[in-house]
Design a binder for this molecule. Structure first.
Ligand code: ADP
Ligand code: ZN
Ligand code: MG
Length: 479
């Protein structure tokens, strides 16, 4: 029997406001700051300390909710989710339960199956917990992260493949970054996934029993953990077994899921309305204000790029996946003369420039070449001032040294030789010196052409216009 996976994702995203959710403590990078330096009686859970809601965090949550086309609840309620854990000093987490900030949205994703519409069940506000580090002889507790605003975004079980789960995660991360509510630094744990996974016989309409895999901190872990579960569950069902509903962890070292506990039900948390916070009332005007201020989002940007610059869907998606790249591209394209095709700029940016960025530790390297300088390089190539091979060399030097293409070409005398008389002379010279190869070519060994081409280019120190060289070679070999 063939099985079909059913996946629903719960995404926790930190809202990177200046202060925490319910107190004035600053939000700091918890991988950088010294432990327990931004803690007060509220976020340390002292008895009698009272929470005050951070308006900015609500505004950020609204941005995300509206970008996901959710309906915003004009009244939502904070609740206490009770459980004991050493990194949760109050003994409960303030979250939203019955009435979340927003509901019924959707996110469009792109997979090899085409475009898919994934429904969003709810978006709600809550607070993050502290952080435990286990050391020999005990555990260390850092409360810097306790009380940092978190947004939980819960999908409907609409994802049908590992690929779709990843695409959803990436699309959501891109939106959070475009909205400037989250840095997207996965390695710092500012976005965490929980994957709910079940399988069912293909064609069945019913949902199978699901497991929930907690705390997946990277796209790789998400993919691996979901694949592992799909396989494990399919094997059990194929053998006539049943799936236990449980909460699982992901073991990086063993690349396997493991059981943490049998799944708790909502009533185990004894949710009740938070008595220290009034209902959150959101005025229509506020919603409209936030909506009007939404920036252009990845999908809108990519369709605009297709229209405005004549790019393919593939190129447009590549350029808009990261906001910095999209902004960089647009700044560069503005500096490009109208006679040069934007597609050529895209090729240099997503080809050679991306390769340089990959080697040097990522997107932060974009700043090493001002956008106008990349446009300058592309212009020199487009106008045949330098050839593509020289262009690559110049780009690498621009990346290393910060000079413009024009300066480098000028200083190193790299300007391409297109002078046909000069090139004709070089070709003649090479043909005279290599009679054996010329004979081989004339007797039908056409690949010798490439070798001869190489000889001419070498003599021209790589600077000859390759089209002119080829044309001249062909011409002189014909006679
Ligand atoms: P909780 O985990 O708090 O019990 P829910 O029951 O609302 O919350 O479900 C959480 C997530 O599980 C949602 O993303 C939902 O889409 C997903 N989900 C629910 N049922 C299934 C299922 N049978 N298979 C896969 N995912 C599921
Ligand atoms: Zn505090
Ligand atoms: Mg859950």
């Amino acid at each position: 029997m063939e099985f079909e996976p059913v996946i629903g994702l719960e995404v926790h995203a930190e809202l990177q406001t200046e202060s925490k959710m319910f107190c004035a403590c600053p939000v700091v990078d918890s991988t950088q700051a010294a432990p327990n330096t931004t803690v007060c009686p509220v976020c340390a859970g002292m008895p009698g300390a009272l929470p005050v809601l951070n308006q900015k965090a609500v505004a950020y949550g609204l941005r995300v909710a509206l970008a996901l086309e959710c309906e915003v609840n004009r009244i939502s309620i904070f609740a206490r989710k009770n459980y004991f854990y050493p990194d949760l000093p109050k003994g409960y987490q303030i979250s939203q339960y019955e009435l979340p900030l927003a509901e019924h949205g959707h996110l469009l994703i792109q997979t090899s199956e085409g475009e898919e519409r994934i429904r969003i069940r709810r978006v709600h506000l809550e607070e993050d917990t502290g952080k435990l580090t286990h050391v020999e002889g005990g555990s260390l507790l850092d409360l810097n992260r306790a009380g940092v605003p978190l947004l939980e975004i819960v999908s409907e079980p609409d994802l049908r493949s590992v690929e779709a789960a990843r695409a959803y995660g990436e699309a959501l991360r891109a939106i959070l970054r475009y909205l400037e509510v989250n840095s997207g630094d996965m390695e710092k744990g500012v976005i965490r996934f929980e994957a709910n996974v079940s399988v069912r016989p293909k064609g069945s309409r019913e949902l199978g029993t699901r497991v929930e895999i907690k705390n997946l901190n990277s796209f790789r872990a998400l993919e691996r953990a979901v694949s592992f579960e799909i396989e494990r569950q399919s094997r059990i069902l194929a053998a006539g077994g049943v799936i236990e509903q449980e909460t699982l962890g992901w073991d990086e070292a063993r690349q396997a899921t493991y059981s943490q506990r049998s799944k708790e039900d909502a009533h185990d948390y004894r949710y009740f309305p938070e008595p220290d916070l009034p209902p959150l009332v959101i005025a229509d005007e506020w919603v409209e204000q936030v909506r009007a201020a939404l920036p252009e989002l990845p999908r809108q940007k990519s369709s605009r790029f297709m229209q405005q610059y004549g790019l393919s869907a593939y190129d447009a998606a590549l350029l808009t996946a990261e906001k910095e790249v999209a902004l960089y591209f647009e700044a560069a394209v503005q500096a490009l003369p109208a006679s040069v095709s934007p597609k050529m700029l895209v090729n240099w940016l997503t080809g050679d420039m991306f390769a340089l960025l990959n080697q040097s530790g990522g997107l932060s390297g974009l700043g090493r070449i001002p956008p106008a300088n990349l446009a300058g390089l592309v212009k020199l190539v487009a106008e045949d001032e330098i050839n593509a091979a020289t262009g690559k060399e110049v780009l690498a030097e621009m990346f290393a040294g910060g000079q413009s293409a024009e300066e480098i070409v000028q200083r190193r005398g790299l300007r391409q030789v297109s002078d046909s008389a000069l090139i004709a002379a070089l070709v003649r010279q090479v043909l005279e010196e290599c009679p054996a190869e010329v004979a081989a070519y004339r007797s039908g060994k056409e690949t010798v052409m490439n070798w001869l081409f190489g000889q001419v280019m070498r003599r021209a120190a790589g600077k000859a216009n390759p089209q002119v060289v080829r044309r001249e070679l062909e011409r002189q070999l014909k006679v």
